[in-house]
Design a protein. Structure first.
Length: 186
């Protein structure tokens, strides 16, 4: 396929979230009705990444969330941060960030367990996070009543630009704010 590089670029660019090699392979095979090996797609992705490593481009091809996505280079993040602050409607609320952090670090976790940690009802926040696909229902607990278990969703990785949960900061790495709640002796 002579234009494989351009087609792969177009598919990655058109995808709203990271796209896996298997998805690329399916789209290519369905469109061009010929077998395309994963290794050929991987070679093409390496070539595209090499092309976009040039300083003339403000974007680069990044592996994130088990897939690939075009993202802006880090040196442009301050300018983009300003744009995103202006468009903060899509920003997560403090309650959503807190709930998402609890799910990320304690998953799988039930709604009751989240509410015990936060101390407030989380129904609305959980629904909003489910709608945004930042969390997902991963099953039911074996406890009484069989409550739903929540885990982070695939878009969680994309949203925070990480490849797996091991990339999350460890609690000990987070600077103490000096503010404490409750008994410090615990």
């Amino acid at each position: 396929m002579e234009n494989l590089k351009q087609v792969v670029q177009a598919l990655i660019f058109a995808s709203e979230q990271s796209i896996r090699i298997e998805e690329l392979q399916f789209c290519l095979q369905a469109t061009y009705e010929k077998d395309i090996e994963k290794s050929e797609i991987e070679d093409t992705i390496r070539a595209i990444r090499s092309d976009y490593s040039d300083n003339n481009f403000a974007i680069e091809l990044i592996k994130t969330g088990n897939g690939y996505q075009f993202l802006t280079k880090k040196e442009f993040h301050p300018a983009i941060n300003q744009l995103l602050q202006q468009r903060s409607k899509k920003k997560l609320s403090q309650a959503a960030v807190e709930t998402l952090a609890i799910v990320a670090y304690k998953q799988p976790i039930t709604r009751v367990e989240i509410e015990q940690i936060r101390g407030v009802n989380c129904d609305y926040t959980l629904q909003k996070l489910l709608d945004k696909e930042l969390i997902t229902i991963s099953g039911k607990s074996d406890t009484v009543g069989k409550p739903l278990l929540y885990t982070t969703g695939q878009l969680f990785m994309d949203y925070f630009g990480i490849n797996n949960l091991a990339d999350l900061p460890h609690v000990k790495d987070i600077a103490e704010s000096g503010e404490t709640i409750g008994d410090e002796a615990k």
